[in-house]
Design a protein around this ligand. Structure first.
Ligand code: TTP
Length: 191
């Protein structure tokens, strides 16, 4: 069975590598990521992963893996910030509080589509204006849901998480491995 990674995210590729899996091809899905009016965060993230998986063409011997990560604070969905001002708004909103990071994984093949949703609670320490300004200047917020990266400088803001670290980075490995194994995708050689 051929594995297609349906993601432009270098993080997802690296995380897959951790499982000893090298995709046979990488195809980037291009979908409209606008949430629907009053859409609940869990419904939204699951729909995004599913739509990414459905947007790409698939041969009979291929299995495609897609994922979507979103940060939620209350009922608010914090996607990838449009600009530095929105990133600052997100960081001050997250400061000194707990929020949820939801990652949905979708695997599609001849069998149909199978999905998992992973919910991780992340706590931020209180952030000062200096913290936020220095972080914005680093540029790390770009392309990251919620405007931060736990695997980078953003890790210094996070004293505690409950859930899946790899889920926060973009691909929860335990759940992904289970989905891929059940789809007949296994590592080709030991690492
Ligand atoms: C919260 C958080 C998110 N992120 C990233 C993971 C995702 O790549 C990104 C959320 O955007 P996504 O829309 O999930 O993914 P993407 O646009 O990067 O890639 P693709 O749709 O092609 O698969 O935020 C981190 O890298 N670290 C973090 O701590």
């Amino acid at each position: 069975m051929k594995l297609i990674l349906g993601s432009a995210s270098p993080r997802r590729r690296e995380l897959l590598d951790q499982l000893g899996l090298v995709p046979d091809a990488v195809r980037a899905p291009d979908i409209d990521e606008t949430p629907r009016k009053n859409e609940r965060p869990r419904d939204y993230v699951a729909r995004m992963a599913r739509e990414k998986a459905m947007a790409l063409d698939l041969a009979a011997d291929e299995v495609i893996l897609c994922a979507d990560t979103t940060v939620t604070c209350g009922r608010r969905i914090l996607g990838k910030p449009e600009d530095a001002a929105e990133a600052a708004e997100f960081l001050f909103m997250l400061s000194g509080r707990r929020h949820h990071v939801l990652t949905a994984v979708a695997v599609r093949g001849a069998f149909g589509i199978r999905e998992r949703l992973v919910d991780t609670v992340v706590k931020f320490r209180p952030l000062s204006n200096e913290d936020v300004n220095a972080y914005l200047a680093s540029g790390e917020w770009q392309g990251k849901a919620g405007g931060y990266a736990i695997q980078g400088l953003g890790g210094a803001f996070i004293p505690w998480i409950q859930g899946s670290y790899t889920g926060v980075v973009g691909l929860p490995l335990a759940e992904t491995a289970t989905l891929l194994t059940s789809a007949g995708v296994t590592a080709k050689e030991a690492v």
